[in-house]
Structures are given as C-alpha cells and as structure tokens.
Write a protein that binds this ligand. Sequence first.
Ligand SMILES: [Fe+2]
Length: 314
Amino acid sequence: MKIHSLIVAGVAVAALFPTLLVVAMALSSRDAGPVMIAGLVGVMFSAGLSVYIARRVARPLRNFDTAAMSIARGKFGVQVEVAGDTELADLAKTFNYMSAQIEAYDHETQRLYEDIEAGYLETMVALANSIDSKDSYTRGHSQRVAEMAVEIGRELKLTERELKQLRYGGILHDIGKIGIVEAILLKKSSLTDEEMQVMRQHPSIGDGIIQPVSFLKEIRAAVRCHHEWWNGTGYPDGLKGEKIPFIARVVSVADTWDACTTTRPYSRALPEAQALEVMQKLRGTHLDPGILDAFLKVIEKKSQSGAESVKLAV
Ligand SMILES: [Fe+2]
C-alpha cells in the first residue's frame, strides 16, 4: 500500500471514533439535526485533513524517490528540497550531503582514471616517437596520421569517444615497427622479399605490444589491421571490405595520404593534386570508398578555408 493511502486510511480510522460518538448522540437526542450537521462537518473536516497530511508527507517522499533514481542512473549530486524543520527536512539534508559526496568521489575517480590513461598514452606516444625519430623521413608521421584520422572521423560525425580512439589508433598504428630491426626499418634501398616479409610483421607485433593494456583494447584493430586492403589482398589477415574494422579503414586512408605527401627515401612528396589522383586510384582496391569520400571532403574544406593541407616531413 502506498504511504499516501496509508495516511488517509489512518486519519480516517482516527476520525471514525468521534464520528460514531456524534452519530450515537444524534440518535439519542430529540433534536438530531444540529448534531448530525456537526457530525457531517466533522467527517468532512477529518477527510480534508487526512488528504492534506498525506500530501504533505508523500510529496517529499516522491522527491526522495526521484532523486535516488537519478543517482542510480549516474546523475550524481542531485539535491532534494524539503522546507521546514521536520524529520523529513533533516533527512533531506543528510541525503543531499550523501549525494554531494558521491559526486565528489565520482569526480575524483574520473580524474584518477584520466591521469592513468594520460600516463599510458604518454608512454605509448614516447614509443611511437622513438620509431618516428629513428627515420627523418617519417618524423611526425604518427601524429599527422592521428590528426587526419580525427578530421575524417569528424566528417563522418563520429562521437567524441570514437574520435579519441581514432587519435590513439593513429598515434600508435606503427608501434610494431619498434620490433623491426633497424637494418630493415632504415634501409635506404628497396627491401628484398624476405625483408618485406619481416617488415609486414609490424602490425601483428604492434597488436601484441598493446594487447596487455586494457584501455587500448578498442584500438588494437587500428594497429593490427591498418594494412588490410578493401579488396582483401592486404596483410596480416587478408580481411576484406567491412570485415576490416572501421577504425583501421580510417587510419589506413590517413596513413596512405601521409605516405603520398611526405618525402621518402625513394619517392618525393607528391603535390596535392597528384596525391589526390593516387588516392582516387586506390578507391575500392586499397581504400574504403565511403571513408575516402569523407577524406576528400576534409581536403576540400581545407582548401576552401586556405588551410595548409599537406605537411611535408623534414
Ligand atoms: Fe604501418
């Protein structure tokens, strides 16, 4: 039974005894009229009083219920207002204090989590930079890939959380190169087939490096699959089309663009128009056509705004 009904019933029962007394007096009296009227007024008064008291008590209880449900749903810090100097007002003060404390603990936990995440990321960025810094041709590559991947993600209207994953995926996509011997990684001439086989291990090596880091589990796909091709002829797993994780397809477009627009040992940076032609030729073979379209819109917007869209490695 709801407390509202309980109070109404309680006050009604309490009013029953004097009412019955009035009725009994009326029946024993010669002139029952005034007594009956007095009894009727008494009944109406007690009914009104019971409803008033029930509302006074039930309304703050409903506020408590709503506030408790908000906290249960993660909206910490919600407060209830109970006027007066009653026990319910005291309870509201305790409730509000508890809610504020939970909110403070939540903020602290969130801050600690972000600190831990930032610490992990800084370590990973340092590792990625150590790869980039070995080779002057690829210096800044990871950061540029991350920035372009995020811009493509924005064009695709991804959530902030997904953009964050793209940033991490871009920064770390080549982390596995740390496990490739420098004789191959920094070789100034073409790689032999055997050397190419070794070089092609970097996505799976990178996947193995970040695998123990739980908060990076959603970007493992960017590391492992950024050399998978849309037509299924990429590596290491030969995934095809939408079987290639989405994050890897975005990083792949950003990675390819950076490769086209930076000078490498055997290829000079292409002018933007020529690099765009190369990207178009890779549509549907290497690159996801839908993501390529989003990338082209990013480039178009950059050229319209006059922003520098090509940053050459030095
Ligand atoms: Fe790579």
